[in-house]
Design a protein. Structure first.
Length: 255
């Protein structure tokens, strides 16, 4: 009896017909999380068997970036025109996504006005740390400019506008949801260090960055020289955390 040829991608059984378009499909789906350049490389590596996103696989030395717009709720509550809210939020989402891709990060997700990005995944290199810092500064710039534009459409004057960012480093575990065909657009990373980045963001200065000590020590001396150290208590951690602060990140932005 003739046995039809079949192939596997992950745990999904694929016919030859579907297999023929699989690399194109993968690349398209990966572009939800990665720049076109990175997505093309990952799709090629997956197709050649060099890379496999497996649920439960642990990756090391990932860099987590958590950014949040300051006084976002006040801006929303005092804006009467939904079209303005929609336009400015879409502009923020679009700009931030492009900035993350520009610096070769993985866009994870938006949570309201907050954004999560991951650097050094799935491949870490020596530039990952500085690329994260450059990305963070540029996100602060776009957030500040968008909120400044937003103020033209409301009467209140918030005490501060801009973005706060937290950055941490640690291990992460891949989690995949959905069916196997859509698997590449449904990957995320879970990690305690991501929670730390979110907590650091809460205590970051507006238009500044609070980073973990591990991340600080991945930077070169030039990037370190203006940073301030501070030990802080963070919910969920039994001991004080040594952190480093970059105030007024726009002063150090080079585009």
């Amino acid at each position: 009896m003739y046995k039809r040829q079949t192939h596997y991608i992950g745990s999904r059984l694929l016919s030859p017909e579907l297999l023929s378009i699989a690399p194109i499909l993968m690349e398209s789906l990966l572009q939800r999380h990665f720049s076109p350049k990175i997505a093309a490389k990952l799709a090629k590596d997956i197709d050649e068997g060099k890379l496999k996103f497996e649920s439960g696989k642990r990756y090391y030395n990932l860099i987590f970036l958590y950014a949040d717009l300051k006084n976002f709720s006040k801006l929303i509550n005092n804006t009467r025109d939904y079209n303005i809210i929609h336009a400015l939020l879409n502009k923020f989402y679009s700009n931030v996504r492009e900035i993350i891709f520009k610096y070769e990060g993985m866009f994870d997700k938006f949570i309201g006005d907050a954004v999560i990005a991951i650097f050094g995944f799935p491949y870490y290199d020596d530039n990952s740390a500085i690329m994260t810092l450059k990305c963070a500064r540029e996100i602060i710039l776009t957030g500040f400019e968008i909120e400044k534009e937003w103020l033209k459409h409301i009467d209140i004057v918030p005490p501060e506008i801009g973005v706060r960012i937290g950055i941490s480093v640690g291990d992460g575990i891949v989690v995949k949801t959905g069916n196997e065909i859509s698997i590449f657009s449904e990957i995320t990373i879970i990690s305690n260090e991501l929670n730390l980045a979110a907590r650091l963001e809460e205590k970051a200065p507006v238009n500044g960055i609070r980073m973990s000590n591990r991340y600080y020590n991945m930077l070169d001396d030039i990037q370190k020289k203006h940073l301030e150290s501070e030990e802080i208590e963070i919910k969920g951690f039994n001991e004080k955390i040594l952190t480093w602060i970059e105030r007024n990140s726009l002063d150090y932005l080079i585009i």
